[in-house]
Design a protein around this ligand. Sequence first.
Ligand SMILES: Nc1ncnc2c1ncn2[C@@H]1O[C@H](COP(=O)(O)OP(=O)(O)OP(=O)(O)O)[C@@H](O)[C@H]1O
Ligand SMILES: [Mg+2]
Length: 357
Amino acid sequence: MARKQAYVGIDIGHSNIRIVQVEKTAGGVRLTKFAITETPADSVRDGLVRNPEEVGHAIKTAMKEAHMNAHRAVIAASGGAVYVRAVPFPKMNAAMLRESLKFEASRYVPGSIEDSYVEAEILENLNDAQMNVLLAAAPRDIVDGRIAACKAAGLDVRVVEIETFAASRALLETDQTKEMGTNTYILVDIGAASTTVSVIENGTYVMHRSMPTAGNTLTEGLKAAFKLETVDAEAGKHALDLAEFLTPEGQENPPLKVIAAHVDDLVRELRRSMNYLQTQSQGDLTTPTKIDGMFLCGGGAKLKGLDKYIQSKLGIPVKTIGVFENPIVTQTGVFSDTGVDLAVATGLAMRPVLHAA
Ligand SMILES: Nc1ncnc2c1ncn2[C@@H]1O[C@H](COP(=O)(O)OP(=O)(O)OP(=O)(O)O)[C@@H](O)[C@H]1O
Ligand SMILES: [Mg+2]
């Protein structure tokens, strides 16, 4: 019975697949089982699982090795084509919203609405005629490919959400010290193939973007500049501390120069997201939105000194965070780090445990 009802959260990334199982504790959740495996080469591209059988096999093998026997999975969609934003809709009740969703959503969602899964949640009234709605959309092929991979692994997919919602649940929403309701945070997930940026203002997603500068960009930069093999460039990257680039001696360090140039591209994109937020809030004649903090997660955020470097460029508090820094997330002692790269998988695994599914 327990086995049948157990869930795993699966983060299908471009370079790694992470599988997490949690159990409920008095004050939150405990991470009890974990598996990680490399994503089979070239099997995930732009968020799309190109080879579900192969990915399914990798999931199955990794779960077996980690003695995970759950049958139900919670997964997420990611990639540049995923859309998340709070948008104004004409006022209507939830039933009417369901009826008219495709029509109303087609004004916002890029790409064909017929080829997308669309979800909406009523947030609050904006005025007599309009209400704010959180709109989330993902291309069908991205979602279906992931479901097919899980099916090939013998798993029953019960929930599909958006990666950033999962990461935010594990890192921010369930952490009472974060004061989501009154603060504006930017959550940045730096993966292998893409970086996603979500601006969450007073608990509402006001923007979500995906950009191609991510961990692999840095590795490729080192490979090209120093004619290195991938493994050596990767190892070299792990040994660097980008905070040193803020000192005069560090400025002369050739690998740091290469890394900093790419991180500066990322910083430019992050600044664009911040500027967008300012223009939005000036529209309603309020004072510009104060950004209370930027949080970095994902494997790419493990680059030493990255948060300090970005903070010095953007002038707002920037911190790399992991799931074990959230007081409600505990573990069995197997992890010695803070779980910077576990946010998506843990947030997915937490969902059915926190909200009875
Ligand atoms: N200690 C480290 N220092 C610097 N970079 C690191 C470190 N550890 C991992 N990375 C980088 O993290 C990236 C992988 O991150 P992650 O596993 O979160 O990606 P993913 O979820 O598979 O990809 P995506 O989110 O793009 O689908 C790689 O580019 C890797 O080089
Ligand atoms: Mg990822």
